[in-house]
Design a protein around this ligand. Structure first.
Ligand code: HEM
Length: 186
């Protein structure tokens, strides 16, 4: 195969780690109701820990992006393909930031928060937003419900953009027979 423009090793590791953790979090959230009652709270706690971890990794990914030039899209892409690919990338950045943030804000207004401190992976004490935890009960409930609804609505957008991104990569790889996956692989 001729020379392929590739992302750096750091970018590749961050890409697949974030993809795995986002996929895991979607799976946990969508299947939690099928688990026995005793496991529901631990699974949601795990979901929160994974989500906060994703937020940290996205921050690193953005630092990478600001300090590195990503490999250009192949010149063989039609203008609409390049436009769609770039839009999906920006959409993904926006959503993988907005998902953990809306979850975290909603959780800060949760009425169970005072008796259920946040612990990342049951080890690291983590904080909720003080300006929300100090609100009166009615406002906390308002924030909890509002951002819980945003969290759900954004998850639908996330499914769409992940689908677009994945199908696009597979189309380039297997229909156009161009090395797409190799760009994000070492
Ligand atoms: C990568 C980050 C995240 C992703 C992709 C994600 C995804 C999801 C999805 C798909 C749902 C189900 C929505 C629905 O159909 O109603 C959900 C629910 C939920 N998420 Fe997240 N989430 C993330 C981060 C977080 C964080 C950081 C928190 C809190 C700190 C959080 C708290 C919750 C809670 C409490 C629920 C409701 C669970 C239930 O009671 O069924 N999420 N999340």
């Amino acid at each position: 195969m001729s020379q392929v423009d590739k992302y750096t090793r750091t970018a590749v590791i961050l890409h697949w780690l974030i993809a795995f953790l986002v996929g895991l979090n979607i799976l946990l959230a969508l299947t939690v109701d099928y688990f026995p009652d005793a496991l529901v709270r631990p699974i949601i706690d795990f979901h929160k820990s994974v989500g906060i971890t994703v937020l940290g990794l996205v921050f690193l990914r953005i630092l990478w992006r600001l300090t590195h030039q990503p490999p250009p899209l192949p010149a063989t892409y039609k203008p609409w393909e390049a436009w769609l690919a770039n839009s999906a990338h920006y959409g993904l950045y926006a959503l993988i930031i907005a998902m953990p943030l809306t979850g975290w804000i909603s959780d800060s207004g949760w009425k169970g928060a005072p008796t259920h401190p946040m612990m990342l992976f049951w080890i690291i004490p983590w904080f909720r937003f003080g300006f929300i935890t100090s609100m009166d009960a009615a406002n906390q409930k308002y924030i909890h419900d509002l951002f819980g609804n945003f969290h759900t609505l954004l998850s639908y957008a996330l499914y769409g953009v992940i689908g677009l991104h994945t199908l696009g990569a597979l189309k380039h790889q297997f229909i156009d027979r161009q090395p797409a996956i190799q760009r994000m692989w070492k």
